[in-house]
Write a protein that binds this ligand. Structure first.
Ligand code: WTA
Length: 633
């Protein structure tokens, strides 16, 4: 194996400051990691003992029917019991659970006591609307406290929540409602973004017209403009919350550890989005433990995960893990540079944020405005930083480390997925870091890089990133589609979970994630599928066929580029290209809007008719197209 050059990131170690190490929950990695792999059941059993259960498990892991693993079978709990009820019995009752700042500058705070009251009230509203254990509730809200309240209230009554990101649009929402078969939709009149109102209710009305399951809509008043309210179908949240039924005490439904907690739709290789299903027990133990050990959560911390609750990062690390740990979480509604590029840094200073967890795209976006905006603020409260969503380029890493962290805050670069529930490959605060590497696997996580035949590749070589043992936070199935679950994740290597990412391990065993090997594109850290963009394009009357690919973009990481064959009789024009871009934004959401649309007469396809996006991508980048023996033309 060739040794990396002296100045390469692979030899560029950053060591944690002594005070971070001395306060860390975990002071030694190797021995505990080895033990956690040799005996994952006792490792996870001990972690589970730190939480409360109505009834203990018969066994920690039931692996008798792979890949349908069960964690803590026989146990009864409810994640909300551990996230809220448990803390009300302690001094944390009066501790702040959530500090929220709206984009216009309005602030709301909730202690554990007051958050629990809101959740209880809303849980009673849901019960009074007939929501029962096992029902699905779709939540389509901006980044406001009601989003957290709605998720917790649904889980409290035993319903399954399906949160649709507030940046998604008509077709994405309709499809997700339909697949989840929700009767209830929780939305808002709108949300604030860059000083403008995003009219969520208008989008929701259009989506409801395209599906057949919604009976009632609960609408939070956030932005206050006039909206359409359908009599008998639509109700204001604040009206329901002030009804006499909404008493502030409410029973937390005991759930089997393996009962579903939520579905979160995410883009896969082909076709429609997949409903990733997570459960009360295993997901709870996993998110609780990962946040505690990786970000070293302490009672005096002010934790800020700058994601959106509409994605897995927000589910796990805005909503569930911080509350399970009894932490104080900060949440912000709007854009990072509104009204000025110091918005985030001002909030770090104002609230005394101690840990900031965000995505490389946000770091690159703020870095572009220069150092002065951050330097105007006192950021000395920060102790740890975090990154998630895509590989972080060493340049952004070093800026984050020196300008934001003042060379004093280790960066936890956490690799994980919607499917994994929580952090999988990640440093701990004690880990020597290398910029751009997510470093080593978390406890109990058996990671490898393998070739086409499933054999481990040599250090330094690129291969498929796989996980060789089940873990508590893993998805249990795809909602109503177990065959697709088996085929998608376990089809290629049998008993190894296939992540869809490529990676390599270096001479120190550090993992370097390279990126997706399938048709998933990470745009600004958001996970989108080429298939969804293509079907949005084809739903336009001018389009006969379409292909979408991701190409590198300085800030977004990747950007979507579309290739379109028009129907006979339609003329190519800049105006039509613009119309198609807007059409995708209207159907899927602004994040999916292609950078450009190129009109073509044909698309490279295999003989069986599959579009070879790889060929389009190589051509666009001026690279060799590789093996095209299966190409039809
Ligand atoms: C990518 C987000 C490199 C990866 C939590 C993965 C990363 C996909 C990292 C999952 C990281 C996430 N370094 N790549 N630290 N974190 N990814 O489901 O390609 O939205 O497969 O979950 O994001 O995206 P998802």
């Amino acid at each position: 194996m060739e040794q990396p050059a002296i100045n390469s990131p692979e030899n560029d170690f950053y060591y944690p400051p002594p005070d971070v190490v001395s306060m860390a929950h975990i002071k030694e990695y190797e021995a505990l990691y080895r033990r956690s792999l040799e005996d994952p059941q006792s490792f996870w059993g001990e972690r589970a003992e730190e939480l409360e259960w109505f009834q203990k498990w018969d066994q920690v892991l039931d692996d008798s029917n792979p890949p349908f693993y069960k964690w803590f079978p026989g146990a009864k709990t409810n994640i909300v019991y551990n996230a809220l009820d448990r803390h009300l019995k302690t001094w944390r009752k009066n501790k702040l659970a959530l500090i929220w700042e709206g984009e216009p500058g309005d602030v709301r705070t909730f202690s554990y006591y007051s958050l629990n009251r809101e959740v209880c009230k809303f849980a009673n509203v849901l019960r009074s609307m007939g929501v029962r254990k096992g029902d699905t509730v779709t939540i389509y809200l901006p980044r406001i406290p009601e989003q957290v309240i709605a998720m917790l209230a649904a889980a409290k009554v035993g319903a399954i929540h399906s949160v649709v990101y507030g940046g998604f649009s008509v077709e994405s929402l309709a499809e997700r409602i339909q697949d989840a078969q929700s009767r209830i939709l929780i939305t808002a009149d709108g949300g604030w973004l860059r000083g403008k109102v995003v009219g969520l209710k208008d989008i929701a009305d259009e989506a409801i017209a395209r599906q057949a399951t919604i009976e009632n809509v609960i609408v939070v008043k956030r932005t206050g403009q006039d909206i359409y309210m359908e009599a008998g179908r639509d109700y204001w949240y604040h009206d329901l919350m002030s009804l006499p039924i909404s008493s502030t005490s409410c029973f937390t439904e005991p759930m089997d550890a393996e009962d579903p907690l939520f579905i979160l739709y995410t883009s896969g290789t082909t076709g429609r989005p997949k409903g990733i299903l997570h459960t009360h027990g295993g997901y709870m133990v996993f998110t609780y433990t990962t946040l505690k050990y990786v970000f070293d959560i302490k009672d005096e911390d002010r934790w800020w995960c700058a994601a959106d609750p509409g994605w897995i990062t927000g589910h796990s690390y805005i909503v569930y893990a911080p509350l399970l740990n009894g932490a104080t979480s900060f949440m912000y509604e709007g854009a990072p540079n509104h009204p000025y590029p110091n918005r985030w840094w001002r909030m770090v200073e104002n609230y005394g944020i101690t840990i900031l967890y965000t995505a490389p795209t946000a770091i690159r976006g703020l870095m572009r405005f220069g150092d002065a905006w951050a330097k105007r603020h006192d950021l000395s409260s920060l102790r740890l930083l975090g990154s998630v969503g895509e590989p972080i380029n060493p340049e952004a890493w070093r800026w984050y480390y020196s300008v934001i962290g003042k060379d004093n805050c280790p960066i936890m670069d956490t690799w994980w997925q919607t499917e994994t529930g929580g952090f999988m490959i990640t440093p701990l605060p004690i880990t020597p870091l290398k910029p751009g590497s997510a470093t080593r696997p978390f406890f109990g996580i058996d990671v490898d890089v393998v070739n086409e035949d499933g054999h481990p590749v040599a250090a330094g070589e690129e291969g498929y990133l796989v996980i060789k043992k089940p873990w508590p936070g893993m998805l249990r199935t795809l909602y109503r589609d177990p065959d697709r679950y088996r085929e998608q994740y376990w089809g290629k290597f049998g008993d190894m979970y296939q992540t869809g990412d490529s990676a390599r391990k270096d001479q120190d065993g550090y993992v370097w994630v390279i990126g997706r090997m399938d048709d998933v594109i990470k745009v600004s850290g958001y996970r989108l599928g080429t298939a969804e963009v293509e079907s949005a394009l084809v739903s336009h009357p001018a389009v006969a066929e379409a292909a979408a690919i991701g190409l590198p973009h300085e800030i977004k990481g990747n950007a979507i580029h579309a290739f379109v064959i028009l129907r006979a009789g339609r003329e190519q024009s800049d105006k039509l290209a613009e119309e198609l871009r807007n059409h995708v934004a209207h159907e899927m959401g602004p994040i999916a809007k292609p950078e450009d649309v190129t009109f073509v007469d044909s698309l490279p396809k295999t003989r069986s008719g599959k579009i070879m996006r790889r060929v389009l991508k190589a051509r666009a980048l001026g690279q060799p197209v590789g093996d095209i023996s299966t190409l039809e033309e």
